[in-house]
Design a protein around this ligand. Structure first.
Ligand SMILES: Cc1ncc(COP(=O)(O)O)c(C=O)c1O
Length: 396
């Protein structure tokens, strides 16, 4: 995962007023981007590596229906907007001051006190010279792909697991994941000395489940989709007294991911204007926003989603969580049909909008990253860069 920050060149003026002009494409309004230059976007994971032997279930498990059946089902195609536009700007006109969840100040203090550095490293924030020169905007890359497990996911998983009472840890943990969260949980379990079961869809590439297995976790390949693997994990957690470690929708997971935001603020030498964050279920962006909006409220926090996996943009657009009726799997790390409840609550309150990017734009960013740093990112890892480039390239 790479996190990208952009800072302005000399003629940069920010913040700019947000144009009120709405552009309609189908039934959705889109606002013109207001960012001139800076953004810190995060993400860029490198696919896991390893080999081993799969543990396919000999007996097909009982799989319950997909979660959240009550959510409105919506097609990704119902909200599309032009390249470089910032849409899904949350409507905060009715925002109250109370909140039904953890307060922003508690998120901030918990992020500051987080124990993620028992297992995570403070990843470098690198200046992207070629891109900055080409686009006339200063780009900075937060290199979460350099974590031990190639992704920021270790932060949230460890932060939640390290807080579990001893007896709960001893009973073991379980999670479902198509990749990066699984490695985070497995790595954290290894460090904390507890057992971990990881449910992964049977479509998971061998290279990914092997790497989880190598970290000592018990891998169960089950179900055709992430939703089915999740149902299995939740059911088994209840049956065996294991603790379910969610990939994004838990305050302790969000707090762990929020340490990325804390590092960005600390590592940036001068002012910066925006942070672009890849969005799957919303844990990373919620954590980053929870920290940065408290300490530097002027910084824009922009989500980036593939245009065919736009669950957060659509949820913000409708003012409530929706369920995608289908989801594009190219950027598999962010192929999520339903965003989290707590992550959505925080995003509605804190983020400044979502940029949608095409598959071609993601591929172009993988190439940019190779030319810039000789690193190869997984598609979800290149997402934030794709979004930041689109915004930067449409600015005068
Ligand atoms: C590389 C990468 N970027 C972004 C995300 C999205 O994170 P979140 O689900 O917290 O929004 C993931 C999720 O696994 C990921 O692997």
């Amino acid at each position: 995962m790479v996190s990208l920050c952009l800072t302005p060149q000399s003629n940069f003026s920010f913040p700019r007023p947000i144009p009120t002009t709405a552009i309609f494409s189908g039934d959705r309004a889109v606002r013109k981007p207001f960012i001139r230059a800076a953004v810190s976007k995060s993400t860029a994971d490198v696919a896991a590596v390893v080999s081993g032997e799969s543990q396919l279930l000999s007996q097909p498990p009982q799989i319950s229906p997909p979660p959240n059946p009550a959510l409105r089902r919506v097609s990704p195609a119902s909200l599309q907007y032009e390249n470089g536009y910032l849409g899904a700007v949350p409507d905060r006109s009715n925002a109250g001051d109370g909140d039904g969840g953890m307060t922003a100040m508690r998120y901030l203090t918990n992020i500051l006190a987080s124990k993620v550095y028992d297992v995570a490293i403070e990843t470098p924030l690198q200046y992207a010279k070629k891109l900055s020169e080409r686009l006339g905007t200063n780009f900075w890359l937060k290199r979460e792909d350099l974590q031990h497990v190639f992704s920021f996911k270790i932060r949230g998983a460890y932060n939640m697991m390290a807080k579990l009472p001893k007896e709960q840890l001893e009973r073991g943990v379980i999670c479902s994941s198509a990749g990066n969260h699984a490695q985070g949980v497995a790595f954290a379990a290894q460090r904390l000395g507890c057992n971990a079961v990881v449910a992964m869809p049977i479509t998971t590439p061998e290279i990914k489940w092997r790497s989880v297995e190598r970290l000592g976790a018990t891998v169960v390949l089950v179900g055709d989709s992430y939703d089915e693997a999740q149902e299995y994990a939740i059911t088994r957690a209840g049956q065996e007294g294991l603790t379910f470690i969610p990939p994004f929708d838990h305050p302790d997971v969000i707090i762990g991911q929020g340490t990325v935001g804390m590092e960005i603020v600390r590592q940036m030498k001068g002012p910066f204007h925006a942070v672009f964050v890849p969005v799957g279920g919303g844990g990373l962006i919620a954590g980053i926003a929870a920290y940065i909006k408290r300490v530097s409220p002027e910084v824009k926090i922009i989500g980036v989603e593939p245009s065919d996996a736009n669950a957060m943009a659509l949820s913000l657009h409708h003012g409530e969580r929706i369920m995608l009726d289908q989801v594009g799997g190219f950027a598999d790390g962010v192929a999520v049909k339903v965003v989290g409840e707590e992550t959505f609550r925080l995003c509605k309150e804190l983020i400044d909008g979502v940029v949608l990017v095409s598959r071609d734009a993601i591929c172009a960013s993988i190439k940019d990253m190779f030319e810039e740093k000789r690193s190869i990112l997984e598609p979800a890892g290149a997402l934030a860069l794709a979004g930041a480039k689109l915004i930067a390239s449409t600015m005068d």
